[in-house]
Ligand binder design. Structure first.
Ligand code: HPA
Ligand code: ZN
Length: 338
């Protein structure tokens, strides 16, 4: 099972690029940019990553992004993630970025997106990994700030496939952003939203009905609402689940209590993802390994999760089929070896 998880071609659909900032890169960028860190070593940084809930994580995450100032910093960050993902046999990834976390520190929108985009282009041509970019609005900021951010993104809309919602969920329901998402869809963006991570199932309903999302990010609290589960299963709305994140942020008190297996058995289109890999002790492979072991997922569960990740991606039907074929080829070769 471990070999299967490591080797199989896969896609990642829920990963915040700023959450892939490893302490090692933090220590490289801070002196380069003349920024003092409140830590003496990489080990000290890692030790500080003890979270009680989403907000306690976000406080540290927004501290971390302060070392990102120049276009090259965003290039280095994105390049490092794409190399890591490639090494784990990720064929395609759809990455979130948080422009407001940078613009509010005085950076220009194009500094951020130019660095990320250049790394995407280079990684695709040099490593063969494909990627798309999803722009998230910080939901704890105002709807008018989100609208302003959307306007700033319009000149770059060919580089951004979708808009999403992240940051502090409770008290910031999807419906707060209905007008922003309406405008985003008018401009051709697809939509996704974090919902049902810490927030109630009602926020998942709102993301579907008000924001017309193509996928729900996290969505794990859907299991509390039978009607909602029925709808998600019937419409095969993908849920981008992040097991290590959920345990580190105490959404569930242990991996053994994670509902992923139950979600698959309910016919939901779930996928496995890393969320903020530098903060939650693992990239996509480590997430698969941890959840497989804790919930005793079988071969079919693992293969379903990967098929779901291809089918739930924003790739064309043709590109999806190519990845499904590659997976089938891999599984066939594996069979022959046994
Ligand atoms: N949840 C909400 N907002 C976020 C996260 C997350 O896991 N990571 C970065 N922003
Ligand atoms: Zn997330």
């Amino acid at each position: 099972m471990e070999k299967l998880i490591r080797e199989m071609p896969k896609a990642e659909l829920h990963m915040h690029i700023e959450g892939s900032l490893e302490p090692e890169l933090m220590f490289k960028l801070a002196p380069r940019n003349g920024i003092a860190l409140p830590f003496n070593s990489v080990e000290e940084v890692r030790k500080s990553y003890e979270f009680t809930d989403l907000q306690s994580f976000l406080d540290i995450y927004y501290q971390g992004v302060r070392v990102l100032l120049k276009e090259q910093d965003f290039y280095d960050l994105t390049r490092a993630y794409l190399e890591k993902a490639h090494s784990q046999n990720v064929r395609h990834t759809e990455m979130f970025f948080d422009p407001q976390a940078h613009i509010d520190r005085g950076l220009a929108f194009d500094t951020v997106i130019n660095g990320i985009h250049r790394a995407q282009v280079d990684a695709e041509s040099q490593l063969g990994i494909t990627s798309k970019l999803i722009m998230c609005f910080l939901r704890d900021l105002s709807a008018s700030a989100a609208m302003e951010t959307l306007n700033q993104a319009l000149p770059f809309k060919d580089w951004i496939v979708a808009v999403g919602l992240d940051s502090a969920e409770i008290g910031n329901p999807p419906e707060k952003f209905t007008a922003v998402f309406d405008k985003a869809r008018e401009h051709g963006f697809l939509t996704v939203a974090h919902a049902g991570e810490e927030g109630p199932p009602e926020y998942i309903w709102q993301a579907l009905d008000q924001l017309k999302v193509s996928r729900i990010d996290h969505g794990v609290r859907c299991v509390e609402d039978k009607k909602l589960v029925e709808r998600l299963a019937k419409e095969q709305i993908p849920l981008t689940v992040c097991p290590l994140s959920n345990v580190k942020l105490h959404v569930f008190d242990s991996m053994e209590h994670h509902p992923l297996k139950r979600m698959l058995d309910l016919g939901l289109c779930a996928t496995v993802n890393s969320d903020d890999p530098a903060y939650f002790e693992g990239y996509i492979t480590e997430n698969f390994l941890a959840v497989q072991k804790a919930l005793n997922l079988d071969h079919n569960d693992i293969v379903s999760l990967v098929r779901n990740s291809f089918q739930a991606s924003f790739l064309s039907h043709q590109e999806v089929q190519k990845l499904l074929d590659e997976l089938d080829d891999y599984l066939e070769r594996r069979e022959l070896q046994h």
